[in-house]
Ligand binder design. Structure first.
Ligand SMILES: [Fe+2]
Length: 304
């Protein structure tokens, strides 16, 4: 246990150092130019989108967030995905929360997810991959699925605090609610609008790290903060790199939500990218997938 904590702290310190070296102006400038060049070169290879997909991507580019629903996304595998998702929800809701003292949420284990592969594989649907690729402007990497059960009145730590993700220049998270989130007491995902997120970063002098409510309130009035509300099976697409965001701690009941996670295949900080499932489990789920899906799943092994 002690060894594990030490290794984790060492890795954290190493990544911190690496990030600071990369952010030195000259290095950052070279990396930013290469990123722009890649986007330009990839424009002609972007997969075509249906009208609905184009509208979602346009709105994402404009606001960094868009709301839809499982029904409106019209994906063939959605009924199977939902059937399995509710089975995971049922199992996860029976787990004692004392198993994770001091944590604000429980996550479905890799074994539980692999026993219901329709959930993990829904995120690899070609329609979603095409939306992600068009939004990111680059070939897409799929980092998997995190099934959350957020606990009421938990201590606001980690993703319960305001932050921007830092894996890439842009990111895409697809969030599916599995219970009604009708008001702030239900623990909605919250964000700060795109133009204001930029202002907050400038005021803070940083894009990374966690920010407490009191500090955020002193920088930007809380009436400008937005809550993602909707009935179960509402879906939000959000760029969590561009927007400050957090999961508000629910006050009364558990909040169940699934997060699907995408970046480009050339992430700005690959050492912060990890897959939700171990590689052997991904290999076991990969049978019958298309070339596009395999490349998104095993993106680290793809040589372009
Ligand atoms: Fe985040």
């Amino acid at each position: 246990m002690y060894k594990k904590t030490l290794a984790k702290e060492f890795k954290r310190a190493k990544n911190f150092g690496r990030r600071h070296i990369e952010d030195i102006f000259i290095f950052r400038n070279v990396a930013d130019n290469l990123h722009q060049k890649r986007i330009l070169e990839h424009t002609k290879n972007l997969p075509p989108l249906c009208d609905e997909g184009s509208a979602l991507v346009e709105k994402l580019r404009q606001d960094g967030v868009v709301i839809t629903s499982c029904k409106n996304l019209t994906i063939n595998s959605t009924p199977l995905f939902l059937e399995s998702a509710y089975k995971i929800k049922e199992k996860l809701s029976r787990e004692p929360s004392e198993n994770v003292p001091n944590e604000p949420f429980l996550l479905a284990s890799p074994s539980l997810v692999s026993n219901h592969p329709e959930t993990f594989l829904w995120g690899l649907n070609e329609k979603l991959l095409n939306i992600a690729e068009n939004y990111l402007g680059l070939p897409v990497a799929y980092h998997g699925m995190y099934f959350h059960r957020d606990l009421p009145n938990a201590k606001p730590v980690k993703s319960k605090l305001w932050h921007r993700d830092m894996e890439d220049y842009r990111s895409l998270k697809i969030i599916v609610y599995l219970n009604d989130i009708c008001d702030e007491s239900c623990g909605p995902l919250q964000f700060i609008p795109k133009n204001l997120s930029e202002k907050v970063s400038k005021k803070l002098g940083r894009n990374y790290g966690y920010t407490e409510d009191s500090l955020m309130q002193s920088l930007i009035p809380s009436h400008t903060w937005k809550s993602c509300l909707g009935p179960e099976q509402t879906v939000f697409l959000m760029d969590t790199v561009q927007l400050f965001h957090r999961g508000k701690v629910p006050l009364v009941t558990d909040r169940f939500a699934i997060f699907f996670d995408y970046t480009s295949r050339y992430p700005k900080r690959p050492y912060y990218c990890k897959s939700s499932l171990p590689k052997e489990k991904m290999i076991s789920l990969a049978q019958g997938l298309s070339d596009q899906q395999i490349k998104a799943l095993f993106w680290r092994d793809v040589v372009d």
